[in-house]
Write a protein that binds this ligand. Structure first.
Ligand code: CO
Ligand code: CO
Length: 342
């Protein structure tokens, strides 16, 4: 019998994230934690990873990401989960060096070989990134999930945050949107494993560009687009930076097939949860843009705020595979509304 991994997951990829409003509710009741003076980035600005000053101008970056199967092929699932987890280190301008695997697995139902394929996929991506997959922890679980805890280093002068965008900055996105729509269509049998391959290629592609962007002073802010969608991660950037943003919807890149599928109202469950969390902060959205801009991304692209006077510098950087610079909007002065779609 052929095993379809997505049939074992209730929500796929970063689409299984707890809704942002629920997460806020949970964290509200947890009290204060010990804050070391060496902690450069903690939880306050909802950034991609925590950053800790280890001295000599260097900081350690630490992050964890895991989710349920987004594709049926175990090897690809492992690759996607790994590329997605490493991305949060790149999104801080850093370089990942070590990762620890987190695996939940229904051993009785799926057998050891599938788990092996998932880990093989993760190892392949870690090898590509020059990261040691140095250990892990596995539990028997009714629903499979997999991901990595990742450590990276960054020179503190190269550290990039999501909360440092400036009025006048130009916004760039490096991968098209649509992994939530496409994986939902796959799960419902509306797309074949073959048809989802271009999206899988994007999701397996490392956001290694972030490491280079760390060295660029003209990059004012940086994050990656994952489970909360472009709307969510841009809102976090705006709130952290005390600015607003304008998105030119016609310039936002979409993966092939996404327009057609959203026209038939195919979207991930978490799209609406994302929208409910952010709708009071957004103006100008319509049917299609709601379903694409709130679409939960798995291993999505980098969102970059660039000094408008030095934009051409960005195009001198050599781009890694499946990475394109799409100019999607700009940062404007702070208003009540965080995001204007035009
Ligand atoms: Co992130
Ligand atoms: Co993350």
């Amino acid at each position: 019998m052929e095993i379809k991994l997505t049939q074992y997951s209730h929500g796929s990829g970063c689409g299984c994230k707890v809704a942002p409003s629920v997460l806020e509710e949970i964290l509200k009741g947890t009290g204060t934690s010990f804050i070391s003076p060496n902690l450069l980035v903690g939880n306050e600005t909802k950034d991609d990873a925590a950053v800790y000053d280890v001295g000599n101008g260097t900081a350690l970056i630490s992050t964890v990401d895991f989710f349920t199967p987004i594709v049926n092929d175990a090897f690809s699932y492992g690759k996607i989960a790994a590329a997605n987890a490493l991305s949060d280190v790149y999104a801080m301008g850093g370089k990942p060096f070590m990762a620890i695997a987190i695996l939940g697995f229904p051993v009785e139902k799926l057998g050891a070989e599938i788990a092996q394929q998932i880990i093989r996929g993760a190892k392949a991506i870690c090898a590509e990134a020059g990261v040691s997959l140095a250990g892990g922890h596995t539990i028997d679980s009714p629903e499979p999930f997999f991901g990595l805890s990742v450590n990276g280093f960054v020179e503190i002068i190269n550290l990039k945050q999501n909360s440092t965008a400036q009025v006048g900055d130009v916004l760039y996105l490096t991968k098209p949107l649509g992994t939530g729509v496409l994986s939902t269509a796959l799960k419902r049998g509306l797309l074949t494993d073959e048809e989802i391959k271009p999206a899988v290629n994007y999701m397996c592609s490392l956001n290694i560009l972030g490491e280079n962007l760390g060295k660029c002073g003209f990059v004012h802010a940086l994050t990656d687009v994952t489970g909360f969608g472009l709307i969510g991660h841009l809102t976090e950037m705006c709130e952290g930076s005390e600015v607003s943003a304008e998105i030119e919807y016609s310039m936002v890149p979409l993966m092939d097939g996404v327009k057609e599928l959203t026209a038939k109202f195919i979207y991930a469950d978490n799209t609406m949860r994302n929208w409910k969390s952010y709708e009071s902060k957004v103006q100008g959205i319509n049917g299609e843009s709601l379903l694409t801009l709130c679409d939960p991304q798995t291993s999505g692209g980098l969102l970059i705020a660039v000094d408008s006077l030095k934009e051409e510098e960005l195009f001198k950087i050599t781009l890694p595979p499946n990475t394109t610079l799409h100019r999607i909007g700009k940062v404007i002065a702070k208003r009540e509304t965080k995001i204007f779609i035009v």
